[in-house]
Structure formats: structure tokens, C-alpha cells
Design a protein around this ligand. Structure first.
Ligand SMILES: Cc1ncc(COP(=O)(O)O)c(C=O)c1O
Length: 407
């Protein structure tokens, strides 16, 4: 046999584990069983169709012309790059210290951060509950992931643990790349409060005295975090005093356009020359991987962010689906409290975790009741975003059953 695959590419899982559980749930449903599928990581209507935003669909349709048949510039359309920066930082001084480079979704932004801020063989720091693909993105690019304990004994973000992990990386690697996926953390639903952001900023400032630190703020779910969701912006200038700040921005969730692959990495630095270096390095990553990003996606999203009438429509139409999500979160928090389920503070976001000593047995016991969640180390991940409020009671019962199965 002519076997061309190199060793590290052999025996790869052909599919993300989440899609495996999702597939099984769909098969049982198609066979006539009453299945509750809380694995789907997209906002779904109660009838099981995907939530979309009418103004977004209209704008994409409008741009489906010959003008988007050609390539977009490697680093992205200038107007798009500017629109993303303005979306995050408005007209304030931070916008003048930021550059954005188009990426295929937040995934591309994470990849660009990894290959530009870590040497091959080095590791990225992330709280120990994390979006699974951080591991594949780091490993596939010859880097690695090093999770630190996310929660202190009192259930708040373990800032001391984060500091210790930063110190360790600075001592062993001479640099650190830290991911903070707040607000609306996937998979826990936790959001750092203003005081936590202040203390995180202080801790990063202390660590950065010992070597270069990059902080990647992954704001994939920011638009579903309510009024508090942009609180992190207040910490950016403090972080920039000591660290390079990167932001992973994506239209996947904010515009319900998961398939449009339209995102950006935003890099902030006080120093003009360093900012130019960052801009060029991130553009180089685009040229050497995905080449350039969706032209139609960038055109449509630019309009949606900058046209006053359209952007007002997006905000109003998205508020309706954010309300739908909130009604599910409220129902979940009530049911979790009534059943004393071990959950973190679930402020906002698509997912919550329910802690368990044996995630595989808990998830298996739930599947016996026709309820699908995703087992992850130390917990099962529950996609509240795709669970109708009317089904939350059933979900909580199954979770109780799944935890009791361990007793
Ligand atoms: C935490 C987090 N970051 C980034 C992404 C990237 O998504 P996309 O590449 O579709 O923008 C996701 C998607 O699920 C996510 O959950």
C-alpha cells in the first residue's frame, strides 16, 4: 500500500466529537424517538430551524452580484477592516491604536494569533473549560494548549491560577499567549465582572514585567451578553500598557452567519511601528493560508455595521433572538437552582456546563433518556441556545438523572 500520510496525520478523528453526538441524536430522532438535542452550537428557533436576522439576509442577497466575484484584498477590504475596529471601539482613542485583518471567522483569528505570538513547540494558555478547537488549532500548527484551573473554590474566575500560569510560561517559554473568551464564555456561560477585569488586568500587568504577553480576547458571543457585554473594552487601555491585545471578532454569531466565514483579528498596540509589524504579520498569515476571505461577507457586513438604518435594524432584530435565548437561560437557571445542579454562574451565552466527576457516564445516562449533551473534561456542555424553554424542565431532569447515575 502506498501510504502517504505522515504519522501525525494518521488516525485523526474525521469529525469533531460534537458532530458525532449530534449525528447520533439526529439518527434516533429520524427513527421516531423523542430526542432532546442540546448539542447544537447555533441559536435555533423553538421549531428547530436556525435563527437568522432578516436585515442580514437581505444585505447578503443585495451584494450577490458580479462585484463580489473577484478576490477581496489579502488583509481584507479597507472599509471592512475599519468597520470592525469601529464596531469594537467606536470613535474613541482605542480605534486609532487598532488594526484589523480579515479572517475566516473567529477560528481564523485564533489561528493567526497562535502562529504569530507563539514559536513552534510553545503552548497557549486557556482556562480549563474551553472551546474545543483551541486544542486542534494549536496542535495542528505545531503549538500546544496548556489549560489552567478556571474556577477558584468560591466559583469565581481563578485569577491567582491565571497569574501562576502566566509566570510559568514566561519562565519556561519566555513569552505567553493567554486566551480570555469573555463575555459569554463557551462552554460555561461565565462573564467576568468589572472587578474581575480590573484584577485580571493588574495580574497581566505584573506578569508582563517578566516578558512579552499577548492577550487574545475572544468575543465570539459578545452580542448576546446584554448591557455588560462590552465591559471588557474598559480594560483594554490598561492591558495595552503592558501587553499586546488581540481581539477575535466574528459575524458567525453576531449576525447569525456561521457559514459566511466572516471574521477578523484585531490587534492593538500603543507603538505605531509595532502596530505596522502586527498588521503585516497578520496579513502574511492570510496570504500563506486562506489567501483572502469571503468578499461578499465583508461587503455585506461592512454595510450592516456602518449604514445607520441597517445597523439599527440588525440591533433590533438581533434583540428579538437574544430575548429568546435569555428566556431559555432564565428557565435553565431556575431549574438548575431548584434541582441544585452544580453549575457556574451562568450570566449569558449560548452554553452552560454542568460539572460532573464522570462526564462520559453522566452523558451516557442522559442519552438513555433521549437527551444529548456534549461530554467535556469535568462537565457536560449544554447548548441552551438550541433548547426551547418548554424543554428545559426535561433537560434538568435528565441532568439530575445523569449525575445520580454516578452516586
Ligand atoms: C469561543 C469561540 N471562539 C471562536 C469561535 C469561532 O467561530 P467562527 O470561526 O465560526 O467565527 C467559536 C465558534 O463556535 C467559539 O465558540
Amino acid at each position: 500500500m502506498n501510504a502517504a500520510l505522515i504519522d501525525s496525520a494518521r488516525d485523526r478523528a474525521g469529525n469533531d466529537p460534537i458532530f458525532i453526538w449530534h449525528g447520533e441524536a439526529m439518527r434516533r430522532k429520524a427513527a421516531g424517538e423523542d430526542i432532546l438535542n442540546a448539542t447544537i452550537g447555533a441559536l435555533m428557533n423553538d421549531d428547530g430551524t436556525i435563527c437568522t436576522i432578516p436585515s442580514v439576509l437581505e444585505t447578503f442577497r443585495k451584494h450577490q452580484t458580479a462585484s463580489v466575484a473577484g478576490y477581496a484584498p489579502i488583509s481584507g477590504l479597507p472599509a471592512y477592516r475599519e468597520a470592525v475596529v469601529r464596531d469594537l471601539f467606536g470613535q474613541g482613542p482605542l480605534a486609532d491604536q487598532a488594526v484589523a485583518v480579515a479572517t475566516p471567522g473567529g477560528s481564523g483569528a485564533v489561528y493567526a494569533a497562535v502562529v504569530n505570538c507563539l514559536e513552534p513547540g510553545q503552548s497557549m494558555l486557556v482556562p480549563n473549560f474551553f472551546w474545543g478547537p483551541y486544542r486542534e488549532i494549536t496542535s495542528h500548527s505545531g503549538r500546544a494548549l496548556d489549560p489552567f484551573t478556571m474556577f477558584a473554590a468560591d466559583g469565581t474566575f481563578d485569577i491567582e491560577g491565571m497569574s501562576a500560569a502566566l509566570d510559568r510560561h514566561l519562565a519556561t517559554q519566555g513569552r505567553a499567549l493567554l486566551v480570555l473568551n469573555f463575555p459569554c464564555h463557551n462552554p460555561t456561560g461565565y462573564t467576568l465582572g468589572p472587578d474581575e477585569w480590573r484584577r485580571v488586568t493588574e495580574a497581566i500587568g505584573q506578569a508582563a514585567k517578566r516578558g512579552p504577553v499577548s492577550v487574545l480576547i475572544d468575543v465570539a458571543y459578545m452580542e448576546y451578553g446584554g448591557a455588560a457585554a462590552r465591559g471588557w473594552v474598559d480594560s483594554v487601555s490598561g492591558l495595552m500598557r503592558h501587553a499586546t491585545v488581540l481581539v477575535a471578532w466574528t459575524a458567525s454569531k453576531s449576525m447569525c452567519q456561521y457559514g459566511a466565514r466572516t471574521g477578523a483579528i484585531v490587534a492593538l498596540h500603543e507603538d505605531d511601528a509595532e502596530r505596522t509589524q502586527l498588521d503585516n504579520a497578520l496579513g502574511y498569515t492570510a496570504r500563506s493560508t486562506w489567501s483572502n476571505c469571503s468578499h461578499i461577507g465583508q461587503k455585506a457586513v461592512t454595510d450592516l455595521l456602518t449604514d445607520p438604518e441597517l445597523s439599527a435594524r440588525v440591533v433590533a432584530e438581533r434583540a428579538e433572538i437574544a430575548d429568546l435565548l435569555q428566556s431559555r437561560i432564565d428557565a435553565f437557571n431556575d431549574a438548575a437552582a431548584a434541582a441544585s445542579l452544580p453549575v457556574p454562574r451562568y450570566d449569558a451565552g449560548f452554553f452552560v456546563t454542568v460539572f460532573t466527576k464522570d462526564q462520559d457516564r453522566t452523558a451516557a445516562a442522559m442519552r438513555e433518556h433521549g437527551v444529548y449533551t456534549v461530554p467535556i473534561p469535568g462537565a457536560v456542555r449544554v447548548a441552551v441556545c438550541s433548547t426551547p424553554a418548554s424543554q428545559i424542565g426535561r433537560l434538568a431532569d435528565a441532568l439530575e438523572h445523569g449525575l445520580a447515575a454516578l452516586a
